[in-house]
Ligand binder design. Structure first.
Ligand code: RRO
Length: 313
């Protein structure tokens, strides 16, 4: 018998625990259809804003050695009205959950978009307060008071299952502060982690940063952030895992990586840099690798090991 790797999030059946992260190659309908036709178990759309945005000047995404990346895309997107249309098309053509990602420039913008997505075909709404790349805007997820005010307002409006894409935290005080806020509201899942913000990668030959926006400062993704992602998954699983699901994202390239995230407490995982670098076939490959690793370890389902990280005693 094949191990079971399906999951339920927000009442929706996901055929596997592996789907795409909001961000890489998901801004347009043809790109979203590529995801729909792959083995990704859901279709997550690019974070959207009220108005369309062209994003930051190029170069704004660079692959780094060691299966990593730096980006300062600056939220290029077609504006939320397009994603409402895309959700309708995707739902008609494909039988997968569709996740809308919302990243407004203000709370009022977010309110407007949440209201609009309530009446859309999108199944789940992911609130993104963690983008490190909007010039002149702080990372909202680092302001616990602002997160409290935002979630108070948005959860009153939101009629769909709500996910929150969190930026990475590095200190137990911050994990605990954020967990306290999350516990006040009907949040279905948190997605840990967005890129590690404001890294600087330098090309020593050119004596220049590798990306142009913000003097070269951008979000780090891929392998370099896997252990920070695992730590965030584990901490939030410990703090809020009894009532909020955790979705792991950050540096997942193999089935064994997925296994580690589930062991740390993740319900499912999202793929970012690996999808950017390998394209849609990564979903099938990683799914197969997960299944074969579970077989090797004698596990029949994800529940057999989810959250069951052992201690060293
Ligand atoms: O578009 C971006 O620059 C971007 C976003 Br909105 C985000 O949430 N995370 C990221 O690494 N880049």
């Amino acid at each position: 018998m094949q191990p079971k790797i399906g999951v339920t999030i927000g009442g929706f059946e996901f055929e596997t625990c592996i789907f795409n992260a909001s961000g890489p190659k998901d801004e347009t309908l043809p790109l979203l259809e590529r995801i729909a036709k792959s083995k990704a178990s859901a279709i997550t759309m690019k974070s959207c804003t009220l108005e369309p945005r062209v994003g930051n000047p190029e170069p704004r995404y660079v692959d780094l050695p060691g299966k990593s990346s730096i980006n300062s895309m600056g939220l290029p997107n077609l504006g939320y009205k397009e994603y409402i249309k895309f959700a309708k098309t995707l739902k008609k053509k494909y039988k997968k959950p569709v996740i809308a990602s919302i990243c407004g420039m203000s709370l009022q913008d977010n309110v407007t978009m949440f209201q609009a997505f309530n009446n859309s075909a999108a199944d789940i709404i992911e609130f993104n307060p963690g983008s490190p790349n909007t010039i002149g805007k702080p990372i909202v997820g680092y302001d616990i008071g602002e997160m409290d005010r935002s979630l108070a307002k948005l959860t009153k409006i939101c009629k769909k299952p709500l996910g929150v894409k969190l930026p990475p935290y590095f200190d137990f005080v911050h994990f605990e502060g954020m967990a306290k806020v999350l516990q006040k509201y009907p949040v279905e899942y948190v997605s840990c982690i967005n890129a590690i913000g404001n890294a600087l990668v330098i090309d020593p030959k050119k004596e220049q940063p590798v990306i142009k926006p913000k003097g070269g400062f951008g979000g780090l993704g891929g392998r370099f952030i896997k252990y920070t992602a695992l730590a965030n998954v584990r901490k939030f699983y410990e703090l809020v895992g009894n009532r909020i699901k955790i979705v792991g994202v950050g540096g997942i390239f193999t089935g064994v990586d997925v296994f580690e995230f589930i062991l740390a407490g993740a319900t499912a995982v999202q793929l970012g840099t690996v999808y950017m670098q390998e394209g849609p076939k990564c979903f099938a490959r990683i799914q197969m690798e997960l299944v074969s690793y579970m077989k090797k370890r004698g596990y029949d389902s994800l529940e057999d090991f989810r959250g069951k990280l052992k201690t060293l005693d």
